[in-house]
Ligand binder design. Structure first.
Ligand SMILES: *Cc1c(COP(=O)(O)O)cnc(C)c1O
Length: 428
């Protein structure tokens, strides 16, 4: 038995399913999850000392590559000064200033420890500020696991949603309207019907939790216009795409100003930092200024903030995003060309340092479309790539991530592996 298998068996005795976050269990692709020992740059190594090129990057944070020396040093220095104080620090001001500078729609920001906390708090704030209960989200977008957001569309058009998780009372989800991503008409009808009751619309402006799906410009513009018109708050959940698709987040690419933005992943550089922020008049509703309660023992933790601040500093180096996008595009073009040689129904897409690989003829634009891609073929592809030492997300419905350390050699190795794997897929 491999060490990975031994560890997986052992883990399942004391941890449900053997993992601390479900996708890590490889359930949708089958097989044994790799237990990671260490990581450096674009690589990590599993318990059996096998090396992989990593295209998850901790689901986004590792944008500089793993264990960047400056980030590690900043963390070490911060740690020697004490791990947590439960009192404010200057570093938190620097972090807030940096976020407000880089994302102009954010006038004020509060630091939290996870993306789930960020969206959950943004939602409460939107409801508190508007004194309304109803919210709109989109099928296939993931916003963490707060009760109001674990919701799928109800049966019938424009009916309120049903829980996607056991343990979520219907009383919570009955306020959540779930619409189709990239569908402007549905948005229009929803606001026509419920406009004055809608506290907020929450959206991933580049969706990365149903594989990669880009919002159309019209979709986001429609949302912006309707929210402004009806006094609803527009929340961009940029926990994944913020500082991943561009320095100013997806909102800088689309040139749309949300009222609130949730950030996470990259801003922690691998440690638990997330944030929500936006219009100062809305943020003023938060405790201790206003009546919307929100708090956290480890919010703004000094060690985590040190990792985040250093990461934010390094991604501002001239040419950083140019390089990241170029490498991601090379990967996507190469893999796509290899699939075409093998005459597979396959396509690929990229934006900044994020990519999508789809076993379908065309790039999907909605949850419904992405669900039609060939998950079975993906499963084979995933495992064969893993055998070649390429670690992709263990699900056909997750995006992939490239880091600044994925150099030409790493990309070429990946494309060559894909070419070989694709040729085997067609032989089947
Ligand atoms: C990852 C993610 C979250 C949740 O963040 P956690 O830190 O895992 O709680 C929320 N929204 C989006 C878009 C995400 O990708």
């Amino acid at each position: 038995m491999s060490l990975n298998e031994t560890l997986f068996q052992r883990a399942q005795i004391t941890t449900p399913g053997g993992v601390n976050s479900p996708v890590r269990a490889f359930r949708s692709v089958g097989g044994t999850p790799r237990f990671i020992k260490k990581a450096q740059g674009p690589y990590f190594w599993d318990a059996d000392d096998r090396q992989y090129i990593d295209y998850i990057g901790s689901w986004g944070p590792a944008i500089l590559g793993h264990a960047h020396p400056e980030v590690i040093q900043a963390v070490q220095e911060a740690a020697t000064l004490g791990l947590s104080f439960g009192a404010p620090t200057e570093a938190e001001i620097l972090m807030a200033e940096e976020i407000c500078k880089l994302v102009p729609s954010i006038e004020q920001v509060r630091l939290v420890s996870s993306g789930t906390e960020a969206t959950m708090s943004a939602l409460r704030l939107a409801r508190g500020a508007t004194k309304r209960d109803k919210i709109i989200k989109f099928e296939g977008c993931y916003h963490g696991h707060a009760d109001s957001l674990l919701v799928k569309a109800g049966s019938g058009l424009l009916t309120f949603g049903n829980p996607t998780s056991a343990g979520v009372p219907e009383d919570f989800t009955k306020h959540t309207l779930v619409l189709d991503y990239n569908n402007c008409e549905q948005l229009e009808s929803a606001f026509q019907q419920f406009g004055d009751q809608i506290a907020c619309v929450i959206v991933e402006p580049v969706a990365g939790n149903m594989n990669l799906i880009k919002a159309s410009e019209a979709f986001l513009q429609t949302m912006r216009r309707l929210c402004s018109h009806h006094g609803s708050i527009l929340i961009f959940d940029e926990v994944m795409c913020g500082f991943r698709v561009a320095l100013g987040g997806a909102q800088s690419l689309y040139n749309i100003k949300p009222d609130l933005t949730a950030l996470g992943k990259v801003i922690g550089g691998g440690l638990p930092v997330a944030s929500f922020g936006g219009r100062a008049d809305i943020m003023a509703h938060l405790a201790p200024l206003g009546g919307v309660y929100q708090a956290g023992t480890l919010s703004g933790n000094p060690v985590a903030v040190a990792a985040g601040l250093t990461t934010l500093k390094l991604i501002q180096k001239p040419g950083f995003y140019q390089h990241l996008s170029t490498q991601t595009q090379k990967l996507v073009d190469g893999v796509n060309a290899a699939a075409q040689e093998a005459q597979l129904d396959f396509c690929a897409d990229a934006i900044g340092g994020m990519f999508g690989l789809y076993f379908s003829k065309t790039v999907p634009t909605s949850f419904e479309q992405v669900m039609k891609s060939d998950a079975n073929q993906f499963k084979q592809f995933f495992h064969k790539m893993l055998d070649h030492g390429i670690y992709l997300a263990p699900s056909a419905f997750e995006a992939g991530f490239v880091s600044a350390t994925h150099d030409d050699k790493v990309i070429e190795t990946t494309i060559n592996a894909a070419r070989s794997v694709f040729s085997e897929l067609t032989c089947k």
